[in-house]
Structures are given as C-alpha cells and as structure tokens.
Design a binder for this molecule. Structure first.
Ligand code: NA7
Length: 536
C-alpha cells in the first residue's frame, strides 16, 4: 500500500451522516475546497444507516431533528410522524445528499484504518482498509458519538447455536422473529424502543435487565397537515429557540423550581407532561437536573407510574429504578414499554439479582437458570464518544497515538481539537455538548465553526491550527465543573461517564453547561482570533 500514490485534497472528512454531509456542503460549496468524504458503509446516513432495529426512531421530534441551514429544504420536506422512524430519517438524508449533489464526493465502502500527521508538510495522511492513501491539510472526523457498538465480552457467545445481533449493526434485510424465542440484553433507549416491537412479533421475549430505567411515553403519532403548516410558517422562530436553548430543543424549560409549588400543582404538571409525552418531561421544572430534592419528585412520579402500569408487583418492583436520579442517564422515551411486561409472552430477568454467567449453545445461563433462545439481541449500547475516534488510529505530532493522549480520558479544547493533533477537527467530539442536545443543532454549530475557522486560516495564508495545552486544561476543568454542577455524574453506570465499557477511564465526557453557553463561548474564541489555539 505504501507504493500507491496518495490522492490529495484540501480536506478529508470521515463519515457521511448528518455531520459529514453538511461539512462537505460547507467546505465544497461555500469555500470552494476540494473535499473527499470517506465512509465505511455503502450509503449515507451514519447512525440511521446502521440502527435499523425494530422500533428504532428518533427521540427528538422530526420537525426539529433536521437541518436548519436551508429554508427551502425545510419547506419542501414532509415529515410523516411526530418522531421519525429510522427509515424516514435515512430517506431524508438521502434526499439531502442528492439535493445538494453530495454523492459525487463521497467514497463509500471505505473504512479509515489510520491517520498520521506529517509535521514537515502540515498534512494528514489517511489510510484505508483496502490500502488507499489520501492526503490533505485538514482532517475532519464526522464519525458520530454512538457508532462503535459495544458487544459485551460474555463467555461462550461464539458457541451460541442461534443467531445474535447488536442493534447498532442491524441486518438490512431485517430479522424474522416469528415463532422464535428471543432474548434482549440491555434496557437503555434502544432496548426500551425495541422491546414492545419484538414482543409483538416473537413467540417469546426474555428481557435481561441490568439497571432498571426511567422512561416517559413518547406519544408518537402521525403529523397532521395543520401541525405541519403551523411549523412551516414558524420555522425561523423554532430554530432560533432551539439555538438559544440548553439542549437544542425548541421548547421552554420552566423557570420554576419543583420545590416552589404545592404537591398538588406538581402532580398536575407532571401528569400533563406525561400525557403530552417526550423529552420535554425534563423541562417541567428548571431544577430537575440540578437539585436532588427537586429531582426526587420527578423520579418518584415515574416510579409510581411504573407500579400502576405493570400488573405483577414483583415485576414492577424489578422495573423500578432506585439507583440513579431520573435523567442522570440519557432518559429514554417509549411506546408501551412498561405495558409490554403485562404480556404473557414476556419475561423480565433481573441481572442484578442473577447475573449472566455465560452463553451456552442453547441460550443464556444466569446464576440460577438457563433461558433457551433462538435469537439474542444485544441492545448494549456503544463505546460512546471516544470509541469511534480511537478506532481510526489517529497519530499526531511525533507519531503520538490519540489513544495515548487520551489514556486518562479525552482531553479536548471545546470538543473540537486536541493538542498535539494540529488541523484535526472532531465534530461533536468529547467535551462538546453534542450528546446532551438535539444532535443536528449541535452538528450545524460545529460544522459552521470549523468552516469559518478554515476560511480564516486560508484567507491569512496560515497552514496550521492547534489547540494549546493551557486552553485545553482549562476547558477540561470547565467541562468537569459544568458536569458537577448537575446531577448527571450521579448515574454511575452511564455511558456519559464511560462506565458501560469495562476498562474505559471514568470521565464525564460531554459538556453539560448548555448549548447556548457553549455556542457563545465558541463564538467569543473565534472573535478573539481563535484564542486558545496556536495559528501559524
Ligand atoms: P445504553 O443507553 O448504553 O444502554 C445499554 C444497556 O445495555 C443498558 O441497560 C446497560 O446496562 C446494558 N448493558 C450493557 N452491557 C451489559 C452487559 N454486559 N450485561 C448486561 N447488560 C448490559 O445504549 P442504547 O443503545 O440503549 O442507547 C444509546 C443512546 O442512543 C441513547 O442514550 C440515545 O442517545 C440514543 P447498565 O445501565 O450499564 O447497567
């Protein structure tokens, strides 16, 4: 492969999901750069290309889980449901790729296996699984935060006689559950979406739960023409609101404390939010993620709901979370999740009481029983945020691996750059608010910031930008401080902390200070001539 000549571009982008598509559009069509996008899959879509498991849909509402950069696109596209199904988002992203003529600069079925910075030439050299080489002054990762599947190393999996799948690498032809005994491991957002759908298709479903989870009804439904019209008439204001919000969602967070109202009033507010459904349950009071006593009221409300929905009190008790506050782990929303445990063909296994010991040819064996299965579904999440970046085997100045620079946890400046890795930009990287927000809003902000930064460098004939160690240390400290101002670090099994992957450093990775605050910080940095970065 060394003998093959490298193909040279102004920028290389890794990944063709929401981030990579927009980054290509900005660099190519606004700055006029030559750009190559390298994508492992055979189509665009990223998350929505891979996650085709039954029940997979977005937890943000369709009309705002979308690009805002093109008013024409906003007006033309018709969403059919309140929460878009994976296939609908994939259709949308394919539409975007065609509409903006992006496909011709994307190279599919091309997995990046290495990237090294050439100090003398200020250039990244990127290698792929098939031995191709690409060079460019700028390397931009658009690999997503939840794209490295986490399949737990359970003894005996290779001896399992049935089929097994991870939800994040779901077969495109689908899986036929009819007449089958299915085991599903994991009760995060994914497991909670998949459980009701699989239960309705399979002969029998066993849900293996390690940590009981809170969930609020999504209340999905068709998007009516009236709602569609109303949204389209108000898109500019909706987007403005999302950009100015803490989580990139276009709704108001109450200014009231949960502790400032009577118990009756509180209950009425929670009931209304439960009926309305969705992630905005979190916004009922301003302090649900800031004050444990306030949070207790919401956590207890949901626990009571679980006990009222699930008929068997023993099953209800197992499903009731007690070890972490509501929303300190990413809160799922669901369609009939708790109701599904009232079905005759569904069994809940509490792994805290009886952990999985091994997988045997006929199924899963816990400490006290063997569960015979035809299919195992791993809804066990991802090596979040750092996993997809470390998989690229990136080496910076002096050949230093990113793995080494991040041995004690990720250290970035604004989530965008890492010292020692000049001209490498990480869209939605660790240390940015990304995963705590409505993703497309966070993505657009990063992509636009990176685009302006590259334009700035080129206009001034500068070849190189690198985060300084001092600015990075200060940012890492600020990310840590922002997390500890909230209840988020209280969930000790959360992927925000890397706690779901054995051996991963425990560092709270996303920036919890809010999207609006983050955005103005990034803008101030740029306005001050890229303060905290060394340019030359
Ligand atoms: P999550 O939220 O990381 O959930 C994974 C689930 O799998 C969670 O319940 C884990 O239990 C469980 N898990 C992980 N490893 C094991 C093992 N070894 N044994 C048993 N159970 C295990 O991933 P999701 O895919 O649901 O959601 C990811 C994000 O996608 C979500 O937050 C949204 O942003 C969209 P644990 O809680 O660690 O005890």
């Amino acid at each position: 492969s060394e003998s093959r000549p490298a193909r040279t571009y102004d920028a290389i982008i890794v990944g063709a999901g929401f981030s990579g598509l927009y980054q290509l559009h900005c660099l190519r069509d606004r700055l006029g750069l030559s750009v190559r996008v390298l994508e492992a899959a055979d189509g665009v879509g990223g998350t929505w290309y891979w996650n085709r498991y039954p029940g997979a849909r977005c937890d943000s509402e369709s009309y705002y889980y979308s690009y805002s950069f093109s008013p024409e696109l906003e007006q033309d596209w018709e969403w059919t449901e309140r929460y878009p199904e994976h296939s609908e988002i994939l259709r949308y992203l394919n539409h975007v790729a065609e509409r903006f003529d992006l496909l011709r600069d994307i190279q599919f079925e091309t997995r990046v296996t290495g990237a090294a910075f050439d100090e003398a030439r200020d250039r990244w050299s990127v290698t792929t699984a098939s031995g191709e080489r690409f060079e460019a002054p700028f390397l931009i990762t658009a690999v997503g935060c939840l794209s490295a599947a986490n399949v737990p190393a359970i003894e005996g999996l290779e001896r399992f006689a049935g089929e097994w799948y991870h939800t994040g690498r779901w077969p495109h032809e689908g899986v036929d559950f009819a007449g089958k005994r299915v085991g599903l491991i994991g009760t995060g957002s994914t497991g909670i979406q998949a459980t009701p759908v699989i239960a309705a298709q399979a002969a029998h479903l066993t849900v293996f739960q390690r940590t009981a989870n809170y969930s609020v009804p999504a209340r999905n439904g068709p998007m009516s023409p009236e709602v569609q019209r109303e949204i389209k008439a108000n898109y500019a204001a909706i987007r403005e609101k999302a950009r100015a919000s803490t989580n990139g969602h276009p709704f108001d967070v109450s200014e009231q404390s949960a502790l400032d109202v009577t118990e009756e009033e509180r209950r009425a507010r929670y009931e209304a939010a439960w009926e309305r459904g969705g992630l905005r349950f979190r916004a009922v009071f301003r302090d649900l993620l800031l004050d444990k006593a306030a949070n207790d009221t919401a956590s207890e409300f949901i626990r009571a709901k679980i006990r009222s929905i699930v008929k068997d009190p023993e099953v209800a008790a197992k499903l009731t979370p007690t070890d972490h506050p509501f929303a300190s782990k990413r809160p799922p929303i669901d369609t009939d999740y708790f109701e599904t445990f009232n079905r005759d063909n569904v069994l809940l296994v509490d792994l805290k009481a009886t952990p999985i010991e091994e997988i045997v040819p006929e199924g899963v064996r816990t400490r006290d029983a063997t569960y015979p299965l035809d299919v195992i579904v791993f809804a066990t999440g991802f090596d979040a945020l750092t996993g997809p970046l470390l998989a690229l085997d990136i080496r910076g100045s002096g050949g230093r691996p990113l793995k080494e620079a991040w041995a004690a946890g990720p250290r970035t400046y604004l989530g965008l750059q890492t010292p020692g890795f000049p001209n490498l930009f990480t869209i939605t990287g660790p240390g940015s608010p990304s995963v705590l927000t409505n993703m497309p809003i966070a993505i657009e902000q990063h992509v636009e910031w990176i685009t302006r930064c590259i334009a700035h460098l080129r206009e001034r004939g500068l070849a190189r930008i690198e985060a300084t160690p001092e600015a990075t240390e200060a940012w890492v400290a600020h990310v840590n401080e922002a997390a500890h101002a909230t209840l988020l670090p209280m969930a000790n099994s959360s992927w925000y902390l890397g706690a779901n992957v054995p051996g991963k450093p425990r560092v709270f990775m996303p920036y919890a200070g809010g999207m609006a605050r983050y955005r103005s910080h990034c803008e101030a940095v740029a306005a001050k001539g890229y303060e905290g970065f060394a340019l030359r």
